[in-house]
Design a protein around this ligand. Structure first.
Ligand SMILES: [Zn+2]
Length: 347
């Protein structure tokens, strides 16, 4: 980002100034425009920022937010959003788009999977965040207060991280006490044309920390969903294209994007998987498996095995349900307790 072009919004340091709704004040300025904003994040000796772009159209419409780079090593989401920033002008927008191109800029720059190199915390485990914590807590807090609270639709774009083999899917929470938002999230999932739709159970209370960004949005009663596409630390042009297509389809559906192009009719062949089974790493070691994401597996099947560092085979990994491998660890090292496989199925 060219900082010279950015409207630098100074949010000097501390808690008192963080409630000042800087993004909202940009959104509410008159006219149709694009503004690139820097939200300053100062915590202890750390000084970082969140880049935010606001694109406002001439006509009124919903506020659609998209976020990439909550995990800085997941490149297809980041690159897809870079291309969308080049392609979408305020002339083609109805309502407002809020775009966070790289939420965890330190993880992106330092190439750290999952966590921030500043405080070793996972931003996608930190919501709603805190104005008085470490940089990750503060970033989560700012996204919650400045962005999620001002959104009608919240889309968080992820992919398989550096060590994750993953098939693309779109996911939402099946929150039953906000049926309208849940139905809207499902509808957007169908429109995305991503082949697998995952529905997660929603069981947290109003006061429990949501932890995940899009779950935070769901907790606040906002229509929210997430895309997962790409894997193993690669950019993958086909996954970039898949994400862009999904975003354009969603923006057309919400009325946020004005286009004269005729899009192909929905094939609506998406497969809904409403149950997930997680197989955890039983002991640390070196992991071997000939299975890939997208493979169909049967309960009881041997999915791989773990050896110690001397090469002794210590433990087989057994499938605990029938289903499809949504993601798995795709590189050799595994640590006890990590998610080794996520299996999706329908019930
Ligand atoms: Zn992620």
């Amino acid at each position: 980002m060219k900082v010279s072009k950015a409207a630098v919004v100074s949010m000097l340091a501390l808690a008192s100034s963080l409630s000042s709704q800087q993004v909202a004040s940009v959104m509410n300025s008159a006219g149709s425009f694009r503004k690139d904003i820097i939200l300053a994040v100062k915590s202890g000796q750390y000084d970082t920022h969140i880049p935010v772009t606001v694109i406002k159209g001439k006509e009124k419409g919903p506020v659609f937010t998209m976020v990439a780079g909550i995990h800085g090593y997941e490149y297809p989401p980041v690159i897809a959003v870079q291309e969308l920033l080049k392609e979408i002008s305020s002339d083609s927008v109805r309502g407002t788009l809020i775009i966070i191109p790289i939420a965890n800029i330190e993880a992106f720059n330092k190439r750290t999977p999952f966590i921030s190199p500043l405080d070793n915390k996972n931003l996608n485990n930190a919501f709603p965040g805190s104005p008085e914590g470490t940089p990750t807590d503060l970033i989560a807090h700012l996204i919650t207060k400045e962005v999620i609270s001002n959104s009608d639709v919240f889309l968080d774009i992820h992919g398989g991280d550096a060590n994750e083999d993953l098939i693309p899917f779109v996911c939402y929470y099946n929150r039953t006490d906000t049926p309208e938002q849940t139905a809207a999230a499902y509808e957007l999932s169908v429109k995305s044309q991503i082949p697998y739709i995952i529905s997660y159970p929603y069981t947290i209370t109003a006061s429990e920390p949501a932890k995940y960004a899009f779950k935070q949005a769901v907790q606040q009663g906002i229509t929210a969903l997430s895309i997962e596409a790409g894997k193993l630390g690669n950019v993958q042009e086909d996954q970039v294209a898949l994400i862009k297509n999904a975003v354009y389809r969603m923006l057309e559906h919400t009325g946020n994007y004005i286009t004269s192009k005729k899009t192909k009719k929905e094939t609506s062949k998406a497969i809904l998987l409403n149950r997930q089974e997680y197989i955890r790493v039983p002991q640390s070691g070196i992991f071997y498996s000939s299975f890939k994401s997208g493979d169909t597996i049967k309960k009881g099947e041997v999915l791989g095995f773990i050896t110690d560092e001397f090469g002794h085979r210590k433990q087989d990994i057994i499938a605990t349900s029938d289903g499809i491998i949504l993601y798995k660890i795709g590189t050799p090292p595994v640590n006890q307790g990590e998610t080794l496989f996520c299996i999706g199925y329908h019930q």
